[in-house]
Ligand binder design. Structure first.
Ligand code: G6P
Length: 623
């Protein structure tokens, strides 16, 4: 949610900053801006619209200078206008600031500034208030100095003093026209990483913005303030402690974040799933003991055995993975498991027994609601583990342990490969806890075999892409789509509907098949297809009854099935997509893929912006 990039070095900053923004566009794309300093002159370009609009603007009116900051916005405070686009400035216009987060007490701070004569606010944003506050504190402290070292120290002092007054969240980067080759960054609640180069250094919301220039990164902690120059940087907490800030190697390369031959990131990521599913289980299966090995949980066998209850929490797609996790863990390990919306969990008093274990599921590891849930559960003293993709993310770092997805960067806003990786990991968790309890070796082996078969089976499913494309073409003028499934495939109905909403903007709902008759059936009509996820399993015949009920009311039926299902659906369903078979608890990893493809092809047919859908952002770092 909002992306920021900063640069101090010897190269032209504008190109590096724009390129960085392109990599961060998934975080927000309603407006963008860049500010560069050259010989004491601060120049800015900013506008509503995508990064391409900003690139056009900077091509028309080029920027020169070797240090600067940039921002891509997802609006929270203030409409999408040129004025509200970042960077924002202090009253003198010499200090430029970009911000990701929300300054909750900005009204109070603004009233204070206005009372003291500061009235030149140009935008409606909370960020501008912080720029003014820092600028005012700096101007007051700096009036009498010309020494550049003192200027740096005083700018840093002003940032610190201003941030002490802030309530809310921020990842910020700022520069000042009078303080050459110097940039300050700080974070609280919103991610910020320092990229360490040779004779140049970077700040960014996410390493993907800078990985083309350096793979050495320092992940800042909450309350860290960093001053960045070409050849050095200094990090200290807002309280003044220097702390430990190791330089880590970024796991992926610039090549990994390219689209390759695919038209969209989403399609590329859907097609990566044979590999990402394999990577999620790599080295984690013990064929001999018929169990899973998850050392990252940091729990002894006795601790694993003593877990009496599990809570799975997350948002969006991650929450849907949690819903399947609930079925999985209860089936395999017989441990009572609850799924909680992270945003609800953190504010309500969920009864928790002392032996409760909490999992926070998040691809980005930065989602504000999920992070809030994790912190609340840790504050209460519960062991809280992360299931994250982003290795250096806040959730990964603040949890007591966890399991990484190893899915590689996911750029498409609609989550795909991270979902199937989450499902593999939740299956491993179910298997591990099950084998610590009553799950037999035979059952354990059956799950392992099913997991190991998945990559090839996914390859098979991906071959159905053309069939699904043809279905999408046929149904391109529908008014919405309903999704139904039972048991393990009920959450897949939810996820299928979410994908459809996110990228086609069509009305879509997912429900347990049997709920159809309790209200939803009133919606059924010829221009509203129902997608039934009905593998050939123990509830197939029950599902068949529901399909008949829709058929009787002239609702078109698109079915996903396996085994002998196709034979029985031949006379009833308008479309049949046949999938390879798997045990019911593993089947969702296969059934979700045609639904990802259906949403994708339908969105292409409708001419939607697949990788940057309307109003959404991939990483939601505000509440
Ligand atoms: C946003 C994205 C969703 C995603 C959710 C949770 O809403 O648009 O696609 O599922 O955040 O993201 P996380 O990174 O926590 O998995």
């Amino acid at each position: 949610m909002c992306g920021i990039v900063g640069y101090v070095g010897r190269a032209e900053a504008a190109q590096i900053l724009l390129e960085g923004l392109r990599r961060l566009e998934y975080r927000g794309y309603d407006s963008a801006g860049v500010a560069v300093v050259d010989g004491g002159n601060l120049e800015t370009r900013k506008c509503a619209g995508r990064i391409v609009a900003l690139a056009r603007l900077t091509k028309k009116r080029p920027l020169s200078g070797c240090f600067g900051i940039s921002h891509t916005r997802w609006a929270t405070h203030g409409k999408v206008t040129d004025e509200n686009a970042h960077p924002h400035f202090d009253a003198s216009g010499k200090l430029a600031l970009v911000h990701n987060g929300v300054i909750e007490n900005y009204q109070l701070l603004k009233e204070d500034l206005v009372r003291n004569g500061d009235t030149k606010f140009r935008s409606e944003t909370d960020t501008e208030v912080l720029a003014h506050l820092i600028g005012k504190l700096y101007d007051e402290s700096c009036a009498s100095t010309v020494d550049v070292y003192q200027k740096k120290a005083r700018l840093l002092g002003a940032v610190r003093a201003a941030l002490q007054k802030v309530i809310g969240t921020y990842g910020i980067a700022l520069v000042h026209a009078n303080v050459p080759d110097f940039m300050i960054g700080a974070r609280r609640g919103s991610p910020l990483v320092l990229g360490v180069g040779k004779g140049e250094n970077f700040l960014a919301s996410d390493v993907s913005a800078i990985v083309a220039y350096t793979r050495d990164a320092v992940y800042l902690n909450d309350f860290d303030v960093v001053s960045v120059e070409r050849d050095k940087f200094e990090i200290a907490s807002l309280g003044g402690e220097s702390g430990d800030h190791p330089v880590s190697k970024v796991e992926f390369t610039a090549e990994d974040i390219k689209k390759g031959d695919f038209r969209h990131y989403m399609l590329k990521e859907i097609f990566e799933q044979p590999d990402t599913v394999r990577d999620a289980m790599r080295g984690r299966l013990s064929v001999e003991e018929c169990t899973a090995k998850l050392g990252g949980l940091n729990m002894t066998p006795a601790q694993l055995r003593d877990v009496g209850r599990i809570i799975l929490t997350g948002c969006g797609t991650a929450l849907h993975a949690g819903r399947i996790g609930e079925y999985l863990i209860e089936r395999l390990a017989n441990i009572p498991t609850e799924v909680e919306y992270a945003s609800e969990f953190r504010h309500r008093n969920t009864p928790m027994t002392p032996e409760t274990l909490v999992f926070a599921i998040s691809q980005s590891g930065e989602t504000a609601d999920t992070l809030g849930a994790l912190r609340e559960s840790r504050r209460k003293g519960f062991r809280t583990l992360g299931i994250c993709n982003n290795v250096a993310s806040t959730i990964a770092r603040e949890s007591d342990g966890g399991v990484y997805m190893h899915a590689g960067p996911e750029i498409g806003v609609a989550a795909t490969k991270s979902f199937t990786s989450q499902l593999v990991i939740l299956t491993l968790i179910g298997l591990l806890f099950g084998r610590m309890r009553n799950l037999s070796t035979a059952e354990g082996s059956r799950i392992i075999e099913a997991l190991e078969a998945l990559p090839e089976q996914i390859e098979e499913v991906l071959k159905l892409s053309d069939q699904i494309k043809a279905i999408a073409k046929k149904y391109a003028d529908v008014n919405g789509v309903l999704f139904f499934g039972r048991q393990f495939n009920f959450p897949i109905a939810l996820e299928g509907a979410l994908k459809m909403k996110e990228i086609t903007y069509l009305f879509a709902e997912g429900h347990p098949s049997a709920e159809l008759k309790h209200g939803i059936i009133a919606l059924v009509r010829p221009d509203l297809p129902s997608v039934f996820i009905v593998p050939d399993d123990a509830v197939f015949s029950k599902n068949l009854n529901n399909i008949e009920q829709v058929k009787a009311r002239k609702g078109p039926i698109i079915s996903l099935t396996s085994g002998n299902g196709a034979k029985q659906l031949k006379e009833i369903a308008n479309e049949i997509i046949s999938l390879p078979d798997a045990p019911d608890c593993v089947m969702p990893i296969l059934t979700v893929i045609p639904l990802q493809l259906l949403a994708y092809h339908l969105a292409v047919e409708l001419g939607r912006d697949i990788d940057k859908p309307r109003n959404l952002a991939k990483s939601v770092t505000v509440e």
